[in-house]
Design a protein around this ligand. Structure first.
Ligand SMILES: [Zn+2]
Length: 175
C-alpha cells in the first residue's frame, strides 16, 4: 500500500449556534487541510503519473482548487442557522441544501440588503465543526476521484481528510 498526502490552507468564518460557549458567535479560522490518498500499487512504466499515487499538481488544480473556490473566505453555516437566511435571503429549501445547491453568491443570489456586497456562503446540512468540514471535503474529493477525467481515479482512494482548526486541535474523516 502506498500513501501520499497534500496539505493546504484556507480562511473562513463559521459559527456553532448550539455550542455552549464562545463558538456560537461568528468567528474565523485559518483551516489547514490534509488530503491523504492511498493506492495498492503504482504504474511504474507507462502513465504520466508513473511511480506516483497521484501527481501533486493534479491534486492542486483539481480538488484543492474546487475547495478553495467554494470555501476560501466564505462564511460556512448550517442550513438551519437563522444567519443563513439573513445572508442568502428566504428561499425554498425543500430537500436540498447541499453545497452544490448554493455555494456562491454569483450563482444563487443574496438577501436584498446585501446585493453588491462580496458575500460568499457555503452551507452544510450539519453544524460546521471541523469534523463535519472534514466529511464535507471528503465527499468533494471523492467526487473528483470518481470523475472520468480524474487521473488514476480507479486506482486511488481517499484514505482520509484531516482538518486542523487551531494549532493544537484537528479532526479526521475516513469514509
Ligand atoms: Zn471555530
Amino acid at each position: 500500500m502506498f500513501k501520499i498526502a497534500k496539505s493546504f490552507r484556507f480562511d473562513a468564518a463559521h459559527r456553532l449556534p448550539l455550542h455552549k460557549g464562545k463558538c456560537k458567535a461568528l468567528h474565523g479560522h485559518t483551516y489547514e487541510v490534509v488530503l491523504e490518498f492511498a493506492a495498492e500499487d503504482v504504474d511504474q512504466k507507462m502513465a504520466p503519473t508513473c511511480g506516483m499515487v497521484l501527481d501533486y499538481g493534479d491534486i492542486k488544480t483539481g480538488p484543492i482548487a474546487m475547495i478553495m473556490k467554494y470555501m476560501d473566505h466564505a462564511t460556512i453555516l448550517q442550513e438551519s442557522d437563522p444567519l443563513t437566511e439573513v445572508l442568502l435571503g428566504p428561499r425554498p429549501r425543500a430537500g436540498h441544501c447541499g453545497p452544490n445547491e448554493y455555494p456562491l453568491r454569483e450563482e444563487h443570489g443574496v438577501a436584498p440588503a446585501l446585493v453588491g456586497l462580496p458575500v460568499k456562503v457555503y452551507v452544510l446540512m450539519d453544524p460546521p465543526t471541523a469534523e463535519n468540514l472534514a466529511k464535507e471535503i471528503h465527499g468533494l474529493v471523492r467526487a473528483w476521484l470518481r470523475d472520468d477525467n480524474s487521473p488514476r481515479g480507479g486506482y486511488v482512494h481517499l484514505a482520509k481528510v484531516k482538518v486542523k482548526e487551531t494549532a493544537d486541535t484537528h479532526a479526521e474523516y475516513a469514509g
